[in-house]
Design a protein around this ligand. Sequence first.
Ligand code: DGL
Length: 266
Amino acid sequence: MIGIFDSGAGGLTTLKAIRELLPKYDLVYFGDTARFPYGSQSPERLRQYAEEDADFLLSRGARLIVIACNSVSAVAADHLCERLKVPVFDVVQPAVEAAQRITRGRIGVIGTRATVGSGVYERLLQAVDKNILVISRATPMLVPLVEERWWKYPESMRIIRRSLKPLKDAHVDTLILACTHYPFLQALIARVMGKTVKIVNPAESTAASVKNFLEQNPAIDAGLSKNSRSLFYVSSDPRHFQETAKWWLGERVEASEAVNPVREFA
Ligand code: DGL
């Protein structure tokens, strides 16, 4: 099985992208809804959560782990890779590769405080090309707009415009949506940024990178099956997660409350 985890429902953007590219694989998803949001947590805490979330997925049969959460990817991906014996994918590296392929030199990054504070995009992009200019901004106000399905309102459009202003003023040519939730706002963000700005959706880049890896490593048993299925677990309030998932994925899902996953969600 391919195991995918996030702080809550946001990682369903990555699950959806993986299902589109790898429809024959069994998936198991864990949303740590009891401890949402992750975007304002310290790196130490996120490393601990990452260990627990991944261990839970392994205990449910995952043989490959995808960190769908950008905040965790930013501060705990190396830690998890070192610790686990199975392949681990994060959403930062594939987004960096996608952005550096298409940029003309000015890349914007929007994400949570944890992601932007980590400086990981600056580090990785400038390691590829030190002439790339990276302008990153924490835009935490965009997460509740998606969580609460508030993007059709004029007030929401004002928040989106205001959040993107520093990136627009800096004339970025490429913008990385470095947060699980932002792909839901992609059309609005693209409209505000203008036609010339290319948008990178890490969920899609990550799905492509997992697919590529599995094609090149056919011996890895990541749950190829005839009747592929997706299992969903959360650490609290499965009903709310199910409502969100129905609306975001366009289908009904059955989510179970993860009782006692690994070190207890106490
Ligand atoms: N999943 C988080 C991320 O991608 C966003 C929501 C949160 O703060 O937990 O960084």
